[in-house]
Design a protein around this ligand. Sequence first.
Ligand SMILES: Cc1cc2nc3c(=O)[nH]c(=O)nc-3n(C[C@H](O)[C@H](O)[C@H](O)COP(=O)(O)OP(=O)(O)OC[C@H]3O[C@@H](n4cnc5c(N)ncnc54)[C@H](O)[C@@H]3O)c2cc1C
Length: 422
Amino acid sequence: MKEINASEFESEVLESDMAVLDFYSTECPPCEALASKFEDLSKLYGNDIRFIKIFRQQNRDLAEKLGVKSSPTLLFFKNGIEVAGRLTGGIRRSDIIKNLDSMLPAEKVAGIKSGIRPGISEYDVIILGAGPGGLTAGLYLCQSKINTVLIDISLPGGHVSTTHEVSNYPGFIEPQAGYMLSHNMSEQTKLCGTVYKVAVDITKVDLEKREVVIDEYETVKAKKIVIATGTTPNLTGAPGEKELKGKGISYCATCDGKYMDKKDVVVIGGGNSAVEESEYLTRFAEKLTIVHQLDKLTANKKAQDKVLSNPKISVIYNSEPRFFKKDGDKIITEIENVKTKAKEKLISDGVFIFIGMKPNVSLFGDKLELDKWGYIRTDEDMRTNIPGIFAVGDVISKKYRQITTAVADGTIAAMAIAKEMD
Ligand SMILES: Cc1cc2nc3c(=O)[nH]c(=O)nc-3n(C[C@H](O)[C@H](O)[C@H](O)COP(=O)(O)OP(=O)(O)OC[C@H]3O[C@@H](n4cnc5c(N)ncnc54)[C@H](O)[C@@H]3O)c2cc1C
């Protein structure tokens, strides 16, 4: 592995048979997350492909010339020509390998793969998921001098890192940008000494053996595991939804309802959360339209009666969104009546989608006790039914899912673990 500056780009990269170039920056958490993977892979592929690093801040002109806009960015070159796709952000080991393999003949790849020696590392506690619940558990465990590793399939922060503004986290008078709040939580836990393995692929979890396999080759073992993997909102799948998430489309009324003061709102869904959240949203919204795919709401009767008698709320039945589009400050939602096929465009200031959340539990097998919605059951110390396995945050069976409640769960689990390990 070699560090170069811009003047060496031609001789070291373009004139090499094959090279991978890492544009990195300082104070860049995803660059830190990449560094050990890059070094590790250089040992495997380094005889065939040159692994080169370049400090982006000091080589800005070259970065601009190559169109590198964020750190880290990995570029792959073969005979002086850029090949394979660029990788940026929370770069996974498996994505780098895919690109490296695409540059080499198949027999060479097979030879390299046969040289991979599985690694084993051991900790007191593994935390799966680095959202507010996992980060808080990590902080408390670390402060109790318990050797802890935080493993996340993405970069640290969880839902908060993509939340526009958080105005209900105590201790801050002004609303905080979600990414800053999660960055500060993550830095606090990291500075304490918790080990991070982030933007990794989790290929296997054995809760009973308390082992997690990451990136197919590294087995991480521990005495205890804290599951803090949160939830994933169900998406409608309509075009435009992903692009407008956080830019007019929201999945959280408590979080974004207050920005809808005297505004026109569309809610997609008709179950309990859609109906209850709609009722809540009318504290702010002037007018609210519920779009529901069935011919009647499926929420409980009491909640239904409330919204149906609310003069601000109207319901469009038998309809599903077909696309979402931004038009200036407004969001256009095209809906289609599933019976008549008639299409209609709704213009609003914000769209809230409540068609359910999915707890992220698919990796944990069938021994873990779940409630009927698939959330993990815990006792008051956050213990699950499997000895040594705790769960915290949005992934557990509970009534209210907020940053503060996830943080509280993480605190409780860590304190219970510290007590057990005394
Ligand atoms: C759009 C939106 C806005 C919100 N705004 C607010 C707000 O303003 N105020 C508020 O209090 N609450 C808000 N919430 C709710 C709040 O974000 C959550 O309650 C909180 O983030 C839960 O924390 P968590 O640690 O349990 O899970 P998450 O924040 O969901 O973090 C889970 C982490 O686990 C990781 N993960 C997932 N699967 C795996 C796996 N198999 N292995 C390892 N890691 C995995 C994920 O990558 C993620 O980093 C909002 C939620 C959403 C969706």
